[in-house]
Design a protein. Structure first.
Length: 166
């Protein structure tokens, strides 16, 4: 089984409930959720005129191929009401495959590691909370080295704890 890191975010409706629902749907025999980071409230990055996001990173294990995992994640997003109306706009749930083992993948619909991983504080902080020694599979640099380049991005830990289903 491969260790995979997924970024989850929500900024529409009951954000906490949406994150918990996504974790509940992800967790399965094929994709057991092993650990969850803390939840962070973050400023939107590209389209500023929208509500703040709640974000976290989930560590999962899977034998699914990356494309199979992407299909599964897209179905969960759709089931939880994700509608792609405005690029970078508000969303009930967003689930991104950040890292899939040490694989490097570049296809028209999937890039791993996630293309903007090293530019996003809302991804780096929870990812490094789970695994501080992680390295970028492309440059082999420690991911914590990229944090300094993201210092202007607003992020704060919130007191909301998700449960991994049993």
């Amino acid at each position: 089984m491969k260790t995979v890191y997924l970024g989850l975010g929500s900024n529409i409706g009951d954000r906490e409930a949406m994150l918990q629902a996504a974790v509940n749907e992800l967790h399965s025999r094929e994709v057991p959720v092993r650990r969850l980071s803390s939840v962070y409230e973050t400023e939107p990055m590209d389209l500023k005129a929208q509500r703040s996001f709640l974000n976290l990173v989930a560590e999962v294990q899977t034998d699914l191929f990356p494309q199979q995992l992407l299909t599964r994640v897209a179905k969960i997003e759709q089931h939880l009401g994700r509608r792609r109306v405005v690029a970078k706009g508000p969303r009930t749930i967003d689930i991104d495959i950040l890292l899939y083992g040490n694989f490097l993948i570049r296809t028209p619909n999937l890039v791993i590691p996630h293309e903007r991983l090293s530019e996003r504080r809302f991804v780096l902080v929870p990812l490094l909370e789970l695994t501080p020694e992680l390295r970028d599979p492309v440059s082999r640099r420690p991911l914590k080295e990229f944090l300094g380049q993201t210092s202007g991005q607003g992020i704060r830990k919130v007191e909301f704890h998700l449960e991994i289903p049993s």
